[in-house]
Design a protein around this ligand. Structure first.
Ligand code: C2E
Ligand code: CA
Ligand code: CA
Length: 638
């Protein structure tokens, strides 16, 4: 053979590359999926194929020096392993492209190809159909030799079809490696068909595997860098392969109670260490389960061998021991929710949504163990529907603004009102702002809503109607996310100018969370608006941390005391002391005081006596549509 030296060099490069790759792949922590397993087998097989190939190329020059059986054995083994790479690659490509959909056709092709190749190769010493040695021990190709690379070519074409069909499911970098992979193997297969002796296939496959390693199979992509635990992406892939195996399995999600609140004090490094420690200790206890860290102190266990209740029991038992936080032994109770899959879940997203929802609804409650019910998925679906309703309402500008009057104690008149948004969907009916505002906030839709509702308020003021009956200004809620926007100030001023609204007619309500989220931006926006002439209220005072610092540092003219301070004050002497002193403190700070949730004459009397400036609540009026509100004002001022 004339090209022996040339070929062997490629094989040595391939071997070196593969050894490094296999080493890297195994050193890094990884988690178990079918795609992972096939990828490992492919790396091993390519290495074996490269080694066998150096044997065959070396031996072929001196075939007569070796017994016939050995010549056959080495060549057949090499061809089987090498040509087997194509069906293996199909197995792999099928796993990464066909998330969740049927793969049986692919499996049939993989298995048939392997069987066909085995059948042809293992019988060739007798049939001489693929390869054979003549009487002078010359290595020769049989009549069916090209069938095997033909199979490989067919498989490659099939892979391209799969890729084109499912390309949307791949990330750009994954698509890129698929393109490189198929071009390289096409090239190699073609070369092999034209020049059967110059096989650079192993080298090409090794290069492709390297590409896949970097783009798809890099174990580091699936590891949370801080905790060293398998991450949310790993969970997705893993849970998906569990679902695809069509066997039942258990999931248990848990979240150590209260730790999320002290993350700030622990610092990222210490939090990461604690998370990692929990994960590692648990791993040691639950050898037959997989553990994932989804972020925000949320972990999930998956197990095919243990029942959900067993997992929960192990978790409870585990947390009986204290967790070490900065050297302090702290007792930690986890919120645990369990789920038997597949059950009512259809896909991994269902699992994720259901456990997220269940854990979230457990937080702050007394229950620490819950079973995930179909309700959790329904709640998520409701969320999606509400989200769609919000998007539609934004498109149609069909939100409605309701107005709730504020009673001015000193003048005995209704001089202002709070604008409160309403969403009435043709299908879902009335949707409470308590439901849709948080959703709009977490989906970035609140800024659009904020603009639309502010325009509605300005339009109402421009009509001049409420002013006829003594209304001086309207309070408008700004959400945290709006306040973090650079352009907020200029946007709001722009709208007021567009409608010709004087700044004194507007007061913006913000909660202290706006300051917690992005203090500097909030302050800049506030100062811009204040210098233009509008005023601000601090909303919901008493529900959050009621940070004293914000009362001093944020330029608020009005503070709105929440009903959660008022209502208990009607019931207990202690709570009344808190209300009275809160009012006193705010007065001393020269803040105007609004109290919300005023429902009874008794409350009115008491709040007027202790010196509150404005009262707002159902006692006077619920929030009502603009026209009703004008009628209300007209009635009251008559
Ligand atoms: P909020 O800003 O604290 O608004 C006061 C809430 O208390 C309103 O609920 C109002 O209807 C209710 N309320 C007023 N008086 C009484 C009373 O005497 N008794 C009782 N039980 N409740 C009373 P609503 O309209 O359902 O709004 C809920 C929350 O949704 C608001 O709380 C506010 O955080 C948010 N929201 C409403 N409209 C908007 C808006 O246009 N923009 C933004 N960003 N948030 C809004
Ligand atoms: Ca408010
Ligand atoms: Ca409020």
């Amino acid at each position: 053979m004339n090209s022996i030296d040339y070929v062997v060099e490629y094989e040595f490069t391939a071997m070196a590359l593969l050894i490094v790759l296999i080493g890297l792949y195994n050193v890094r922590a990884k988690f178990r999926t079918t795609a992972n397993a096939v990828f490992s087998v492919m790396m091993g097989a390519t290495l074996v194929s490269a080694v066998l190939h150096t044997f065959t190329t070396t031996m072929l020059g001196h075939a007569e020096d070796f017994p016939l059986w050995l010549n056959y054995a080495v060549n057949i083994a090499y061809l089987f392993v090498y040509e087997g790479l194509a069906p293996l690659s199909l197995f792999y490509v099928s796993e990464i492209t066909r998330h969740g959909s049927r793969r049986s056709a692919d499996r049939v092709i993989v298995v048939s190809a392997l069987i066909a190749e085995a059948a042809m190769l293992f019988t060739t010493p007798f049939t001489r159909l693929v390869i054979y040695f003549d009487d002078e021990m010359n290595y020769l190709h049989g009549r069916l030799f090209n069938v095997i690379p033909g199979i490989a070519l067919f498989i490659l074409i099939y892979e391209v079809v799969l890729f084109v069909r499912f390309r949307k499911r791949l990330k750009p970098v994954q698509s890129a490696s698929m393109v490189v992979f198929t071009s390289l193997t096409f090239f190699a297969t073609l070369i092999q068909l034209v020049f059967p002796d110059q096989i650079i296939g192993n080298y090409m496959v090794a290069l492709s595997l390297l590409m896949f390693y970097i783009s798809i199979e890099n174990p580091a992509d699936y590891i949370d860098s801080i905790t060293g635990c398998a991450n949310a992406e790993a969970f997705f892939i893993s849970a998906e392969s569990y679902l695809n195996r069509k066997k039942s399995f258990s999931a248990a999600a848990f979240c150590p109670q209260g730790l999320e609140y002290i993350t700030e004090y622990l610092g990222a490094k210490e939090s990461g260490r604690v998370c990692a420690e929990i994960a590692q200790k648990l791993k040691r206890r639950l050898k037959r389960s997989e553990i994932f860290y989804l972020g925000s102190w949320e972990f999930v266990l998956l197990s095919e061998s243990a029942e959900p209740a067993e997992l929960a029991e192990v978790l409870r038992d585990f947390f009986k021991e204290p967790v070490s936080l900065m050297g302090i032994e702290a007792a930690v109770t986890p919120y645990i929710c369990t789920l038997k899959c597949p059950g009512f879940v259809k896909n991994v997203k269902d699992i994720r949504d259901a456990i997220d929802y269940t854990l979230k609804s457990m937080k702050g409650g007394k229950e620490t163990l819950a079973e995930v019910t179909p309700k959790a998925i329904e709640a998520k679906q409701r969320e999606l529907k509400v989200l769609a309703a919000i998007r539609q309402a934004i498109k149609d500008d069909s939100f409605q603004m309701y107005y709730q009057p504020l009673y001015d104690v000193k003048s005995g008149k209704f001089t202002s009102a709070e604008a409160l948004i309403r969403l009435i969907d043709p299908e879902l009916g009335f949707i409470s702002p308590d439901e849709f505002i948080p959703l709009a906030e977490s989906n970035g839709l609140i800024t659009d809503i904020g603009e639309l509702s502010f325009r509605a308020v300005c339009r109402f003021l421009k009509s001049g109607k409420p002013q006829q009956y003594g209304l001086k200004y309207i309070e408008v809620n700004l959400s945290v996310l709006q306040c973090a926007q650079e352009k907020l100030g200029s946007q709001l001023i722009g709208i007021m100018e567009e409608f010709g609204i004087a700044p004194e007619q507007i007061n913006f309500e913000i909660t202290e969370t706006a300051g917690l989220a992005n203090y500097d931006m909030l302050l800049r926006n506030m100062n811009r608006l204040i210098s233009w002439g509008v005023t601000f209220s601090m909303d919901d005072y008493g529900t959050g941390f009621s940070t004293a610092n914000y009362l001093i540092s944020l330029p608020m003219e009005i503070v709105k005391i929440d009903k959660s301070i008022l209502w208990p004050a009607m019931e207990s002497a202690e709570a009344f002391i808190i209300l009275r002193h809160t009012v006193e403190m705010l007065r001393s700070l020269n803040k105007k005081i609004v109290v919300e949730g005023v429902e009874t004459a008794e409350m009115v009397k008491l709040l007027s006596d202790i010196g509150c400036d404005f009262l707002q609540g159902y006692y006077y009026s619920k929030p009502v549509p603009a026209d009703d509100f004008v009628m209300f004002l007209a009635r009251k001022s008559a």
